[in-house]
Design a protein around this ligand. Structure first.
Ligand code: NAD
Length: 473
């Protein structure tokens, strides 16, 4: 017997569970099949735990620097076990919250591995879901009108650098470390690499980052990447760009040693642990795609702009379709997909209006095109840039490094991109996101009167700087 549903979602991560809630609001009978825990990577192995650790690292550093604010503290010490306990408590609380939301939405959750079947006795179309259980319980069969694949991604590694959980680790294992190592070599200076470099440095770990490209954070605006590198180096993080890691030189014995070609020079690096953060790969293995006509390119599932695969009743969203591998992107793709399958009015997502954030210290955030991308697209640019050090609240806050950079089209005055690095920019970027959604110009941003004193004044000033009429610089 198969249980009938309007929608079955494979994967209960941020993309999957948000889609399930939207489907339930639209009166669909919906089920999630989740092999591990509701909340997925973001809640258990990604955004939330890493941000909890980053916050502890920040508090530790701020306490050490408290004297600057006239607060005298005797020799603060770090209790890493408590740092981990706090992180785990946050995850647990949010996990319970997601479970509660599933109950509220009357969403059935099957804790097992979901596989898409081809045409069968249940249906002439592919899309019946077989749920397999680890404990050997008999499979459940689910017969949905629509399927949503939201199975996420997992850390990628390099050939010869297989994760062993002890010396060579991914961000998954790094989050579970019971003790801090003395030193960490990070291969890959993208978002994960830089967040971990910043956090571990704040915790007192000796950190080296090896980045293959000439620029860390290669997808960020070059000025932001340059400022991030400058700030991290000032704090003692060793950053080596243009580093070609030679996996065949790996030695593991009470620590790790490995060589990299840096230009034409060979350099040897010795470390307690090596964290590989060179991207994530889509979880498309064993979910039954071979039983369907679903197309795959570059190891990700092909979809149209409403996230339909070649099998129009099977949708896919989030990291499995590639693009911006971000939790908030996955959840909005999920909402769009569900509204589309329900025949509800829905809008295509404009990826150039989506903010992305780096929660290092300093924080960085952006929306839209980088300067290089905008030039490559043929725009003639007018750029306004304003530093935090000219804003009173930044001085009060005690963090004056960084800037906001606004990139506009000379011809139309359209906002092309906004890039920020400095205090609290991961919260402030939403103003730029809203401006993009509302198709605002820099002038309109400058006419939005920013409260004084506030860090957000830097956005108003950067917008004025587009016309060369900034007040405080
Ligand atoms: P990434 O793509 O951001 O960065 C990978 C980095 O590794 C790149 O800089 C790349 O040039 C480098 N690299 C590749 N091969 C290399 C090699 N052989 N040697 C040295 N460097 C090499 O990937 P990530 O940092 O692993 O993150 C994975 C995904 O998760 C990304 O899409 C990221 O946006 C997302 N994520 C987002 C956040 C956030 O929103 N704050 C946090 C963590 C992860």
């Amino acid at each position: 017997m198969a249980t009938e549903y309007d929608l079955v979602i494979l994967g209960g991560g941020t993309g999957g569970y948000v889609a399930a809630i939207r489907a339930s609001q639209l009166n669909m009978k919906v089920a999630i099949v989740e092999k591990s825990e509701l909340g997925g990577t973001c809640l258990h192995r990604g955004c939330i735990p890493s941000k909890a650790l980053l916050r502890s690292a920040e508090v530790y550093q701020q306490t050490k620097k408290a004297e600057i604010f006239g607060v005298e503290v005797n020799d603060p010490t770090l209790n890493f076990a408590k740092v981990q306990q706090r992180k785990n408590a946050i995850i647990e609380q949010l996990h319970k919250g997601v479970q509660g939301l599933m109950k509220k939405g009357k969403i059935d959750v099957y804790q097992g591995f979901g596989r898409i079947l081809g045409p069968s006795i249940f249906s002439p179309m592919p899309g019946t879901i077989s749920v397999e259980y680890e404990n050997g319980n008999e499979n459940d069969m689910l017969l949905p009108k629509n399927v949503l694949i939201a199975t996420g991604s997992q850390p990628n590694t390099l050939p010869g650098l297989d994760f062993d959980g002890e010396y060579i680790i991914s961000s998954n294992e790094a989050l579970e470390m019971e003790e801090l190592p003395n030193s960490m070599l990070i291969v890959g200076g993208g978002v994960i690499g830089i967040e971990w470099a910043s956090m571990l440095n704040d915790f007192g770990v000796d950190v080296t980052v090896l980045e293959y490209q000439k620029q860390i954070l290669p997808t960020e605006d070059k000025d932001v990447a340059k400022e991030m590198k400058k700030q991290l180096k000032k704090r003692g993080v060793n950053i080596v760009t243009g580093a070609d890691v030679q996996a065949d030189t790996l030695e593991k014995d009470n620590g790790v040693a490995i060589e990299a070609m840096v230009g034409d020079k060979k350099e040897r690096f010795e470390t307690d642990k090596l964290l590989v953060s060179v991207g994530r790969k889509a979880n498309i293995q064993n979910i039954g795609l071979e039983n369907t006509d679903i197309q795959i390119s570059n190891h990700t599932i092909d979809t149209n702009e409403f996230y339909q695969t070649k099998e129009s009743h099977i949708y896919a969203i989030g990291d499995v379709i590639g693009g911006m591998q971000l939790a908030h992107v996955a959840s909005h793709e999920g909402i769009t997909a569900v509204e589309h399958m329900a025949g509800d009015y829905t809008q295509k997502i404009d990826y150039k209006s989506i903010s992305s954030c780096i929660y290092a210290s300093p924080e960085a955030a952006s929306v839209g095109l980088t300067e290089v991308q905008a030039k490559d697209e043929g725009y003639e640019l007018v750029i306004g840039k304003f530093p935090f050090k000219a804003v009173g609240k930044a001085l009060v806050y005690g963090e004056t490094d960084g800037f906001v950079k606004i990139i506009t089209d000379k011809k139309t005055q359209d906002l092309l991109g906004v890039h920020m690095i400095g205090p609290q920019v991961t919260d402030m970027i939403s103003e730029a996101g809203l401006a993009k959604v509302l198709d605002a110009t820099a002038w309109e941003i400058s006419q939005t009167i920013h409260p004084h004193p506030s860090l957000s004044e830097v956005i108003g000033e950067a917008a004025l700087a587009v016309d060369g009429i900034q007040i405080h610089g």
